[in-house]
Design a protein around this ligand. Structure first.
Ligand code: GLV
Ligand code: MN
Ligand code: MN
Length: 470
């Protein structure tokens, strides 16, 4: 029975379930999800840092999911995982995606280049279950859905899981995709150290990888026509619009700066105020300056990690190390914000006889996702003509979540970083967002309803059918 016949008979088309019945792909998404939930779980959330036992658990989950689907898996030179669904040898090789208008055919004869989908499996400290893993589990479930519907890819499909997207262990966000894309020097990456002084090179060697192989992988990128990342929305714009799924417009420029205030350890009960060199005070001034600089510019600035040395409750600190995460709608605004915070921190440090060392640890320029690819996704997901941008509520936060519409599907800018943003410098990339009714992210309160996750899987499958289909 064709889909049109099914529609007129009221019966499900082949591979579709009757109302109330759970389709096999829905079941497989639920199973994928359930089986990953215990990995790296702590009482306070998820701790899935790269190259730790929790990370190995995530990688084992990825390999098992791929193996269960007959998808060969490889770990690339930077430790990113790839599971491949290759077209059957008999499948037509050249009728892939219509040239001329396609973002995928921009460079001509590479019709057999692959479409990659995925995200990351690592987490922030005490993070939620969805940020990252939703994209990877959805990718496997989308393949199940396509197979259930009898779809045969005309070009390879890859499910990717990028290493250390959060930068929670080695400090640089999107480390795996940065290395892949040549956006970080391999030697600098290899020398990054975690809080215990273990280098990335040592951690990777411990996991059986060769750190000497770290670095850009132009051949791999040349084999990719596009990368599409599905992600939980890290705001509540979709909830406000009543939409389960949206598309990403772009990513705010953002970065991390490390501030090290060096003072003098001393006794909290005997050192006169005038004699102190307390690094906590200029640090406090920097926190307040960051807040004021962000508010004044419609930007975001956060000190989310701070270490006081030596950490005695009855002592003045010898040093305070803190990390500033700053994001803004455009790069000049971000630069002005950092200049203002730096000046305030330096002035306060001088006032308190404290030395300040300030350095940028990572930076991601503004990203505007490939408009042709985005329009193509919008059409694949909702062929209705574009409707005017809804005057929807902004997401939590000032600017990054304000929606616009394209082809009937909401299009959201975001302040969050993603591997798709890094890879956008090298190939057409796009993102799908799934509704997050709490609007909360980087926290165990992050949540998406099962029905919306399934809507995300169906959307990803529709996108794959369009991009990788005959
Ligand atoms: C990643 O989630 C980031 O935006 O830092
Ligand atoms: Mn994140
Ligand atoms: Mn993420």
């Amino acid at each position: 029975m064709t889909e049109a016949e099914a529609e007129s008979s009221g019966k499900p088309a082949p591979g579709e379930q009757a109302p109330g019945e759970q389709a096999a792909w829905e079941q497989s998404f639920a199973e994928l999800w359930e089986s990953l939930l215990p990995v790296g779980r702590t009482p306070a959330g998820y701790r899935r840092y790269s190259w730790t036992p929790a990370d190995e658990g995530c990688r084992a989950w990825f390999r098992a999911a791929a193996q269960a689907r007959g998808l060969p898996v490889e770990s690339d030179r930077n430790g990113n995982l790839w599971a491949w669904w290759h077209p059957a040898p008999a499948a037509p090789a050249t009728s892939a995606v219509t040239p001329t208008t396609s973002a995928l055919s921009a460079s001509g004869a590479l019709e057999r280049r692959a479409v990659a989908v995925g995200s990351h499996l690592d987490s922030v400290p005490d993070g939620g279950a969805f940020d990252g893993p939703l994209g990877v589990a959805s990718a496997f479930a989308a393949i199940d859905l396509l197979r259930e519907r009898g779809f045969a890819p005309a070009r390879p499909i890859a499910v990717a899981a990028f290493t250390e997207e959060e930068g929670a262990r080695f400090g640089v966000a999107c480390l795996g995709s940065r290395l892949l894309a040549g956006a970080i020097e391999p030697a600098a990456a290899a020398g990054l150290r975690d809080g215990d002084g273990v280098s990335l090179a040592e951690a990777m060697a411990g996991a059986g990888l060769d750190p000497a192989a770290l670095g850009p992988d132009d051949d791999r990128l040349a084999g990719l026509a596009a990368y599409v990342e599905l992600h939980i929305e890290q705001g509540s714009a979709l909830d406000g619009l009543g939409a389960p799924v949206g598309l990403a417009a772009g990513i705010w420029p953002h970065g991390r700066w490390r501030l090290e205030f060096a003072g003098r350890a001393d006794h909290a009960g005997t050192t006169r105020i005038a004699d102190r060199h307390d690094p906590m005070l200029p640090f406090g001034a920097a926190v307040l300056a960051a807040r004021a600089a962000a508010v004044g510019r419609g930007a975001l600035a956060t000190f989310g990690k701070v270490i006081a040395e030596p950490g005695a409750a009855n002592g003045i600190s010898s040093a305070v190390r803190a990390w500033l995460d700053a994001r803004a709608p455009d790069e000049p605004t971000l630069e002005a914000l950092i200049t203002e915070v730096t000046a305030a921190a330096r002035a306060a440090a001088a006032e308190h006889g404290v030395a300040l060392d300030l350095r940028r640890e990572s930076f991601t320029p503004a990203v505007s996702f490939d408009p042709a690819l985005r329009d193509r996704l919008a059409t694949a997901l909702d062929p209705a003509p574009a409707r005017p941008a809804p005057a929807g509520p902004a997401s939590r936060g000032p600017g990054p979540g304000r929606p616009a519409a394209s082809g009937g599907i909401p299009v959201l800018p975001t302040g969050a970083g993603h591997d798709a943003g890094i890879l956008a410098a090298r190939l057409p990339t796009a993102m799908l967002f799934v509704r997050n009714p709490t609007g909360v992210s980087h926290s165990p309160a992050e949540h998406a309803d099962l029905a919306d996750c399934l809507a995300g899987v169906a959307a990803l499958a529709a996108v794959l059918a369009d991009l990788a289909g005959p």
